[in-house]
Design a protein around this ligand. Structure first.
Ligand code: FES
Ligand SMILES: [Fe+2]
Length: 430
């Protein structure tokens, strides 16, 4: 349980708020790169700030205040030029730092005027990496952009799913410190829904029968966050689920998957009551196999609701989204009753408070990288074999709703695992 005040402290993300300042020490994914190819301007709300992201005609990106300094129209309707974004209303132009660099009528009637020098919007650095555009909204110099291991795996097919969730980021993140929900939400509830509908549609990404009762859960703080471990009924501490586990990456990322696929989930706060959730899937080829490099990383927006207004629940990650959204826009933690299953959540909140204090004292919190060599390829723990006896299910099961344009590429990669399995069987390994 948290006091009302503490709940507010950990969930507010605007400028000057404690958690808002923590979040302003990190790079955040704010858009698939491909989306700006389709339309070079995009309204962005992130960390409670209203901005516009644009691609200029030289191929550079800018992220600046959304409203023009002149008479405050929306610059998402502006015109990208070689070196900036021009307001469509009276032609003022801004560069990527937010500096006004042209005022056509002012310059016509008063060529000596330096009025434009005094006009500056907020502007934040943007980088492209891995099919995503990333923003940094904190004090300069900006740290290095961390390249988490799956983002640099070779011979892989990547796929991005974005979910716009009407709830606070902490609800999403606390879910990742809660192993027990796997057994209930993804297995028991999944089976109940399938039976209730009588469809047997087979869409659930985790075959429910594979998931067993939890006997033990454990959590360890490590360099990049917290590793989550579990012992399932019939397994031992020798299983990958316990011995290796998988991590949450501080402050707002989950890394989950197995030897065939790694999913990074970024829970980017839009504001106190909304989250920009990016699932970044990397399906990698089996050992000794290759995959062609993708020419682009496709993206899609994940459907959250059925036509009848109920949540989509027939995919594993949609079941998670449903639970987080059902807690309301901002979970009132002064009313919760935590038990034994919540010790990971308690540990995470402690870490969050400690790291907020580090920022308060002027330091760099966990996962801020200053040396490029440290951020180049950050290796992470991940179970090879998950919940099972090692049998591979090398078929495409969409982890969340929505059709992927990468499906064919993913299937080619998955096929390498079928071949690999046959080779291993022939060699008597599996
Ligand atoms: S409102 Fe943007 S130039 Fe006038
Ligand atoms: Fe889950």
């Amino acid at each position: 349980m948290l006091s009302v005040q503490e709940n507010k402290r950990l969930t507010e993300v605007g400028p000057g708020t404690p958690a808002g300042e923590l979040f302003r020490r990190y790079w955040h994914p704010i858009s698939p790169t491909l989306e700006l190819e389709e339309n070079p301007t995009k309204e962005i709300r992130i960390l409670s700030e209203d901005l516009v992201l644009y691609k200029n005609r030289s191929g550079g990106y800018g992220l600046i205040d959304r409203l023009c300094a002149h008479r405050r129209v929306n610059l998402a309707y502006g015109i990208p030029e070689e070196n900036g974004l021009r307001c469509m209303y009276h032609g003022w132009m801004y560069d990527e730092t937010g500096q006004c660099i042209e005022q056509p009528f002012e310059e016509t009637v008063r060529p000596e005027s330096r009025f434009k020098d005094k006009i500056k919007l907020n502007g934040y650095p943007v980088q492209e990496f891995g099919g995503l555009l990333w923003a940094y909204m904190g004090p300069l110099p900006a740290p290095e952009l961390p390249k988490w291991e799956p983002m640099v795996w070779e011979h892989a097919a990547r796929d991005i799913a974005v979910a716009l969730l009407p709830c606070n980021w902490l609800q999403c993140q606390e879910n990742s410190l809660d192993p027990i929900h796997l057994e209930w939400l993804h297995a028991t509830y999944g089976e109940y829904e399938q039976a209730r509908r009588g469809e047997g549609n087979g869409l659930f990404a985790i075959p429910p029968a594979k998931v067993m009762k939890h006997e033990k859960i454990g959590f360890d703080v490590f360099d990049n966050g917290i590793i989550k471990r579990r012992v399932l009924e019939g397994r031992t501490e020798e299983s990958d689920d316990w011995k290796i586990g998988h991590p949450i990456l501080f402050p707002n990322i989950l890394f989950v998957g197995d030897e065939m696929m790694g999913a990074l989930q970024f829970r980017v706060p839009i504001d106190e009551e909304h989250t920009y959730h990016v699932s970044y899937y990397t399906w990698r080829a089996a050992p000794g196999h290759k995959a062609a490099k993708q020419s682009r990383v496709p993206y899609r927006y994940t459907p959250l609701f059925e036509d009848n207004g109920r949540f989509v629940v027939d995919f594993t990650f949609n079941q998670d989204y449903m639970s987080w959204m059902s807690q309301g826009p901002r979970n009132d933690r002064s009313q919760e009753k935590l038990g034994e299953s919540d010790k990971g959540i308690i540990l995470y909140r402690k870490l969050l408070r400690e790291q907020i204090e580090i920022v308060d004292d002027g330091g760099d919190p966990m996962n801020v990288f200053r040396d490029p060599a440290d951020a180049e390829c950050i290796e992470l723990p991940l179970e090879n074999v998950k919940f099972s006896d090692g049998t591979l299910f090398a078929e495409y099961r969409p982890p969340e709703a929505g059709d992927s344009d990468a499906e064919e590429e993913i299937k080619v990669v998955l096929n390498t695992w079928s071949l690999y399995q046959k080779q291993e069987a022939t060699a008597g390994v599996r």
